[in-house]
Design a protein around this ligand. Sequence first.
Ligand SMILES: [Zn+2]
Ligand SMILES: [Zn+2]
Length: 263
Amino acid sequence: MNLSSSQQGEACAHVLQGLWERVREGQEDILLSPYLPASYAFLTHLFLCAPFLALDALGGVCLRVRSWRISAGSGAPPSVRLWYRCFWSVLYRYLTVILPATALFQSLRSPALPAQAPSCLQLFVEIIACFLLFDSFYFIMHFSMHRVPWLYRNIHQQHHQHRVTFALAAQDASSTELLFLLLLALSSAWVVDCHPLSEIFFHLINSWMAVEDHCGYNLPWALHRLLPFLGGAPFHHTHHIKFNGNYAPYFTHWDHLFGTYIA
Ligand SMILES: [Zn+2]
Ligand SMILES: [Zn+2]
């Protein structure tokens, strides 16, 4: 049965409305909690990292998995001990800085929960707009942190302690950098004036893409193989190895434009 484009739009809107009602139902306190952004960012990050921890473990016995590792030549995958140390250091920063600071930001922002879900087109456009904005802001910030020695030493150097990247290392950064990243994502959604459902999807996909950037695997089904304007894990891995290019987090257009793209 072929559906016309307007019927497809209606079906999609219906699904989104149902989803939004389920998310909203009895969850207002959670959705409006000032602690939600930090808790959501930390928990989704952990959840999305889990498959890569399994891949690292599987790499010890499966040649196929090992062949997907970008840094196959530069030694064994990160040890469980390194993952464990990284986990506690990220948790410590969330509890001491990120959670209280983003709670303050969220209280000032005072979001609302509309009864109507966004249309499919609205959802799509808002998520893309958030990503383009976040990507541009982060490119400027990341470029500056590499060009100004004081910023690099005091904010960004900690993130570069891992030359061989692994999923959890996506958030292994100084408290200042972590805070900037989360505030940048929240501000992007604020500037775009996103529907809360679009924002939930944006933060979820944003976490996934940050984890994928750092996972250390060039997976056959990775998003950057489908969408050539995305850099993906090989692009960001090169940044961790060479330091002097590939500053954008996801898209490659800014690096192409400013001559900082490294293949
Ligand atoms: Zn960097
Ligand atoms: Zn990185």
